[in-house]
Design a protein around this ligand. Structure first.
Ligand SMILES: Nc1ncnc2c1ncn2[C@@H]1O[C@H](COP(=O)(O)OP(=O)(O)OP(=O)(O)O)[C@@H](O)[C@H]1O
Ligand SMILES: [Mg+2]
Length: 347
């Protein structure tokens, strides 16, 4: 099969050398600057990295939602789209989403139905002018041949599925009438209404308490089991990654510094940045360790260091790391990739 790589992955989306830059009067922000990864069908990819490293811009690039002054300056986002033929067989076609006009009918239909996204700020992504129900029903009707009554019934079911109490009443509420947690759930219901092939969840639980967060994580897993949804889950929280993801992408300053199966990432992290990130997980028993960890701050986005962007903060740096040369991208074990000079000779 064309969409299986050598490790037997069944890819839904493949991101190749993605570069997304913002052209501002102050200079160019290379928000995403050469990122490679893939999302398997029915699996969860976790994406981690410090604030400003390009996680949300990567997500928006996959959705082909970058607006000026931003632009996708290089790379591909290949969607391995499965279609049912009339006879019932399934065919897979490959589309580079970045070749589609962002507002074209095809891209809008992918974005509204096959891919959906839970944004970092749920209130900002729910319309203040329409009730929760209207928005979910619109989503459902866009992709299913159903009347208003059936759409309403399905929307209520969707709200119940995300554990919104009194869904028959809350369906007529506006976003501002709901608590932060309820908004987050409504947003998730909206995103899942069309049973997307890909769900991008950008910090979906940041504004939630830990109990609600645990419920939402369970819910996503359930939905994944039921509908075989692929999930790209962006978070700062390594504990959440350990719970939900099978593979993890670590980003630093617009680069993909490490991509690994979740166990390898936790037990055998290779990039010095990943190691520092893991050491910085807050621990109840030792506050000092958490504070001791990463020296320096994320550099100014307008003035990236030459060479590896992490070298000024790196404890293991070599002389070559500050040189203006391409940092090698090495597969250290099957499916485990690291962008670092330390592995230039292999694993
Ligand atoms: N619309 C925009 N215009 C200009 N610069 C932008 C825009 N959106 C993002 N950026 C810049 O791109 C870089 C990456 O931003 P991004 O939002 O992807 O970070 P992030 O990893 O999602 O961070 P966080 O964890 O805080 O959400 C940042 O330097 C940010 O300032
Ligand atoms: Mg973000």
């Amino acid at each position: 099969m064309s969409n299986e790589n050598t490790n037997g992955h069944n890819m839904l989306v493949q991101v190749k050398n993605l570069k997304t830059h913002f052209f501002l009067t102050e200079g160019i922000v290379r928000a995403v600057d050469g990122v490679n990864f893939y999302i398997d069908r029915g699996r969860t990819l976790g994406v981690v990295g410090e604030s400003g490293c390009g996680k949300s811009v990567t997500a928006r690039s996959i959705m082909n939602m970058i607006r000026p002054p931003g632009r996708n300056v290089a790379g591909q986002v290949i969607y391995h789209r499965q279609k049912k033929e009339a006879q019932g067989s399934t065919v897979t076609e490959e589309i580079d989403l970045l070749t589609l006009e962002p507002m074209s009918a095809e891209m809008r239909s992918i974005r509204g139905g096959e891919f959906s996204m839970i944004f970092q700020e749920p209130r900002a992504s729910l319309s203040p002018l329409h009730t929760i129900g209207t928005q979910i029903m619109e989503g459902l009707k866009l992709h299913m041949d159903i009347d208003d009554e059936e759409a309403r019934q399905r929307a209520i079911e969707q709200l119940q599925r995300v554990n919104i109490p009194k869904a028959e009443e809350r369906i007529d509420a506006y976003a501002h009438q709901l608590s932060g947690g309820m908004c987050q759930r409504a947003m998730i219901a909206l995103a899942l209404a069309c049973q997307p092939a890909l769900l991008i969840a950008d910090e979906p639980t940041t504004s939630l308490d830990v109990t609600t967060e645990a419920q939402i994580l369970n819910l996503m897993r359930e939905l994944q089991d039921t509908f075989h949804t692929s999930i790209m889950y962006i978070t700062h929280n390594m504990a959440v990654i350990a719970e939900i993801a099978q593979r993890v992408l670590v980003m630093y300053m617009g680069k993909d510094v490490e991509l690994a199966p979740v166990d390898a990432l936790f037990y055998d992290p290779r990039h010095p940045y990943t190691r520092a990130l893991l050491r910085s997980i807050p621990r109840i028993d030792d506050e000092r360790e958490m504070l001791a960890v990463m020296r320096g701050n994320v550099p100014d986005p307008y003035a990236l260091p030459t060479g590896c962007p992490f070298h000024p903060r790196c404890e293991s740096r070599l002389r070559v790391c500050s040189q203006p040369v391409e940092v090698p991208y090495v597969e250290v074990s099957p499916g485990h990739f690291v962008r670092c000079h330390l592995y230039a000779g292999g694993g």
